[in-house]
Write a protein that binds this ligand. Structure first.
Ligand code: DLL
Length: 443
């Protein structure tokens, strides 16, 4: 039986399969309308284009997009709260916001058409992994200003699935709902799902025996090793969904049953990969920073938005037949990286190493400290009852195995602390992997 036998084709997916030439025509028409909307209604975009002697008519082909200036997260902060809106207040029907690290959140807006387009985008993502109206879908992303809850909710409803709007938290109740309602599909962060599996074990609920068959995980970087760990623990297929508030929320792209990379809904979001240092556009296949341009947003068009997410465009056609291109799994952001003794380190490398060495749950936190101008990294990893040994020698053996795996991956030795169960705080949303205790003014 092929992995597509259980996935009926939904008419909503038609655009995923457009011939490339037709798709490019659609993209260009939408790009022109988007740039005109931004130029006519958003002062920041108009000023930046004028500074380069550009008008919307300067766009003669899709490639001309490269002439336009980038936008960045600070543009949303500098124009807080409503400075990037391209539509009058009366046409805006929803706001979302994403908490920044520097106090004020960034605010994003949607017209009625934007909300419809968003739920359709989320629905296309869900349809591509086989969600149908027969599914019972628990949405355990937070509802509220965060786009996760309401975004996935809209997608599932658009497909006609029966939605359980559980929101994040109250883990015991989540498990009860899953069991009592016969939930077939769950949407939450991968780290929260891992926590759900842990709690289910404690409550004596065997997730593997429930009707749960697939998970829609995203909102944070996670490794293929973590994906396999989740799939085995709950006997489900774990799919990856990507998005960011500035562009729309969840629904920018999603994996498919092939589970290699994520298809970007290219008719709605135009992807480019750039060198994060020079801003130069890189050819397909090269790793760099993902830049996205919205092609249908009315309330808040975004032109060449630098996401800080590191990925590459996959050029090979996908076995699922979709013509919209894929990006490789996003395992890190350009601002996630830290440099330890001259070596560039991403938290995801540590996660992969932990999971390659032990059958332990990847519950870990990375602590950065600085002394005498040198950065140090300490990895705290929690072992559960099954992996934790009763003897000091046993614990030391586990510690040494993980430590070696990390050293092999990073090429440097790090301090590793093995902690007992339940010492690292669990998150209901995005996991906080790195605690940065460095005083960065100390050099
Ligand atoms: O996290 C939107 C979302 C909600 C996506 C639910 C998927 C599911 P923000 O809070 O604005 O929006 O955070 C966006 O999260 O730039 C990435 O760094 C990271 N991210 C989102 N999805 C993924 C993913 C939502 N599948 C930021 N893999 C993005 C890796 C992801 N990182």
């Amino acid at each position: 039986m092929s992995k597509y036998d259980n996935i009926p084709m939904n008419p909503i997916s038609a655009t995923d399969f457009l011939p490339r030439e037709q798709l490019r025509k659609l993209q260009f028409a939408r790009l022109k309308a988007t740039v005109k909307n931004a130029y006519d209604h958003v002062e920041l975009f108009r000023q930046r284009m004028e500074a380069r002697n550009l008008t919307p008519d300067s766009l003669q082909s899709l490639e001309d997009l490269q002439k336009l200036p980038f936008s960045v997260k600070n543009d949303l902060r500098d124009t807080y709260p409503f400075g990037l809106f391209a539509r009058p207040r009366q046409e805006i029907v929803r706001l979302h916001a994403s908490s920044g690290t520097t106090g004020k959140p960034i605010v994003v807006a949607y017209t009625r058409n934007d909300l419809n387009a968003w739920s359709e985008a989320a629905a296309r993502c869900l349809a591509s992994v086989g969600v149908t109206s027969a599914d019972i879908a628990q949405v355990s992303y937070g509802y509220g200003l965060f786009t996760g809850g309401l975004g996935l909710h809209g997608g599932f409803e658009r497909l006609g699935a029966m939605v359980v709007p559980a929101s994040g938290g109250n883990t015991e109740r989540q498990i009860m709902l899953m069991k009592d309602f016969g939930v077939t599909c769950i949407a939450c962060t991968p780290s929260y799902f891992l926590h759900l599996t842990e709690q289910a074990d404690k409550l004596g609920v065997d997730l593997r025996k429930l009707p749960l068959r697939l998970g829609i995980f995203g909102a944070e970087p996670w490794t293929p090793e973590m994906c396999r760990c989740i799939e085995e623990r709950a006997n489900i297929r774990a799919y990856d969904i990507y998005g960011l508030s500035e562009i729309v929320g969840p629904g920018v792209g999603c994996s498919c049953p092939e589970q290699v990379g994520l298809h970007i809904l290219e008719d709605l979001f135009y992807p480019e990969i750039i060198d994060p240092d020079t801003g130069e556009v890189l050819p397909d296949g090269s790793e760099g920073e993902l830049v996205l341009t919205t092609l249908s947003k009315e309330a808040m068009p975004m032109i060449r938005y630098r996401t800080r997410d590191i990925t590459s465009i996959i050029t090979e056609p996908c076995g699922c037949g979709r013509t919209i291109r894929r990006i490789s799994k996003i395992e890190h952001r350009s601002d996630d990286m830290f440099i330890i003794r001259g070596v560039n380190v991403f938290p995801s490398q540590i996660e992969a190493a932990i999971l390659s060495s032990e059958a332990a749950l990847p519950i870990y936190q990375i602590e950065l400290t600085r002394s005498h101008g040198l950065d140090n990294v300490t990895v705290n990893i929690e072992l559960n009852a099954a992996t934790m040994s009763d003897t000091v020698a046993g614990i030391e053996a586990v510690r040494s195995r993980i430590s070696h795996a990390i050293e092999k991956t990073l090429g440097i030795r790090v301090q590793l602390n093995v902690l007992p169960e339940n010492t690292i705080p669990r998150s209901e949303g995005k996991a906080k992997r790195v605690i940065d205790k460095r005083n960065l003014s100390e050099i």
